[in-house]
Write a protein that binds this ligand. Structure first.
Ligand code: ADP
Ligand code: G6P
Length: 453
């Protein structure tokens, strides 16, 4: 077997014990552990002024070679902050009103994709299979093909793909869709995303692309994560959190600080719980871990301010001198510690307004004690919802529904929790990071064989 070449904007630093928050880096790191040899190419996370071609930094760690390039501050702004995160991200999360399009950002996006292609080209070897990840790099395959690359190239989109009625609002929608036909296989998270993308391709007259779209849901490594949760249980941080709870119930939320996660609506749902079910006042605590993400993008700055205000208001209104309803952290927590927090929590509150998959929901399930598992409250608009049907599914816009589901979760008897958890756990174990990458790469291999036959 040849090498697997992964290309993504975000590449974890192999020297850092902790991976950056975000599903892509977490799932790929889990998936790559099975590979014999692989190259992971992408942005170094650095902004550096340079002219001409960027310098490629190469580092090997375990069986993975990491090759990374910097971005100039102007590229970081145009390609990453603006086109990827100020245009494609809101569009793909059904938030047209937050999309701020300019032509110069589109040009910057294309230029950086061309730069990625040129920098990757000399690193490629015969027999490589290339797998490009996420919305930052939609046009990359076409640019590699233009440079003469004939290797199989697959793509995976970690975020939702919207229907044509929304996607057509993007001025270069047609150009992006045309470029996608350069892929031998395009993976998306859910059947709904696959149908949306196929519809767009069909309407653009790109029928040859339709058969290359595949729904291939991503997962975690549940065995490893379960072990981490058990190990964290005896650690100092979990002991401190446990002591601070005085045997009262804990609700946990863990998300990048992103408007797609429905944090504001979630806090209002929790407030509704305290209003409508006052028996929980003075007892339940909601711990929200929300590390700052994309803090230079205006919408994210505004969201942070809004959440500070909402949480301050709720805590001010409901707190007692010896009880705080919401504990809120905006810095990352090491994943090993997080795993133990999940295990301790009686309820996980995962209510994105839209989400490609949502690995937090799967991590929470994997971290539970089978003898006394917690309950999962999950948005029916998360990509994980079609799989995790035994969760308490809610509409994330409906504060009353969130309050009712939280009350149900907090009062559910152990037998009911165990019954639901067992079914959820079986689901999390059947679609893992390993099955995700194996299924996708097998289909990509088959697509390549069909092409040369
Ligand atoms: P997204 O990819 O949109 O961030 P996911 O739920 O799919 O959403 O993935 C988030 C990943 O980032 C999970 O693996 C989660 O454990 C990790 N993560 C989220 N918040 C934190 C945090 N505060 N500290 C460490 N890891 C985090
Ligand atoms: C989501 C995206 C990833 C991205 C991650 C973190 O999971 O699908 O592509 O890496 O968020 O965002 P960031 O902008 O910090 O890379």
């Amino acid at each position: 077997m040849g090498r697997l070449v992964i290309v993504s904007n975000r590449v974890p630093d192999p020297r850092e014990r902790d991976q950056p928050a975000g599903g892509l880096a977490v799932a790929l790191a889990d998936a790559l552990r099975d590979e014999e040899s692989s190259l992971w190419f992408g942005w170094s996370g650095q902004q550096v002024d340079f002219e001409g071609d960027p310098e490629v930094a190469v580092d090997s760690h375990h069986k993975v070679t990491y090759a990374t390039i910097p971005l100039t501050p102007a590229q970081h702004r145009g390609y990453y902050q603006r086109f990827s995160n100020g245009i494609l991200w809101p569009l793909c999360h059904y938030r047209l009103g937050l999309m701020n399009y300019t032509k110069s950002d589109w040009e910057s996006y294309q230029d950086v994709n061309t730069m990625f292609a040129r920098a990757l080209l000399p690193l490629l070897e015969p027999g490589d299979t290339i797998w490009i990840q996420d919305y930052h790099l939609f046009p990359l395959a076409q640019m590699l093909r233009d440079l003469g690359v004939t290797a199989p190239i697959g793509f995976f989109l970690h975020i939702p793909f919207p229907p044509w009625s929304l996607f057509r609002a993007l001025p270069p929608a047609d150009a992006l869709l045309r470029d996608m036909v350069a892929y031998d296989l395009i993976g998306v998270q859910t059947d709904e995303d696959a149908e949306n993308l196929k519809e767009c391709l069909r309407i653009e007259g790109l029928d040859e692309g339709v058969s290359r779209v595949m729904a291939c849901p991503i997962g975690i490594d549940p065995v490893k994560f379960g072990e981490e949760a058990r190990a964290a249980w005896d650690g100092e941080e979990v002991a401190r959190l446990r002591d601070s709870m005085h045997a009262e119930p804990l609700i946990i939320g863990v998300d990048r600080l992103d408007y797609s996660k429905g944090l504001e609506e979630r806090f209002l749902g929790y407030e509704r719980l305290l209003t409508r079910y006052p028996e929980h006042r003075g007892h339940v605590t909601y711990l929200q871990v929300a590390p700052v993400s994309r803090g230079e993008v205006e919408e994210y700055r505004l969201l942070r301010r809004q959440l500070d205000e909402t949480i301050g208001r709720i805590n001010g209104a409901f707190a007692e001198f010896d009880w705080t309803p919401i504990r809120y952290l905006t810095r990352p927590v090491p994943r090993t510690v997080l795993a133990g927090f999940y295990r301790l929590a009686d309820v996980a509150l995962v209510t994105p307004l839209r989400d490609g998959m949502n690995l937090v929901a799967k991590e929470y399930i994997a971290a539970q004690d089978p003898e006394n598992p917690g309950a999962l409250v999950l948005s029916h608009l998360a990509g994980a919802a079609p799989e995790l049907t035994e969760a308490l599914l809610v509409n994330p816009h409906d504060a009353d529904a969130i309050a009712d589901a939280l009350h149900q979760a907090l009062t559910m008897d152990k037998a009911a929790r165990k019954r639901r958890w067992k079914l959820l756990d079986a689901e999390v174990r059947s679609t893992t990071a390993g099955t995700w990458s194996r299924d996708f790469l097998t289909a990509l291999h088959d697509a390549g064989k069909a092409k040369t036959a």
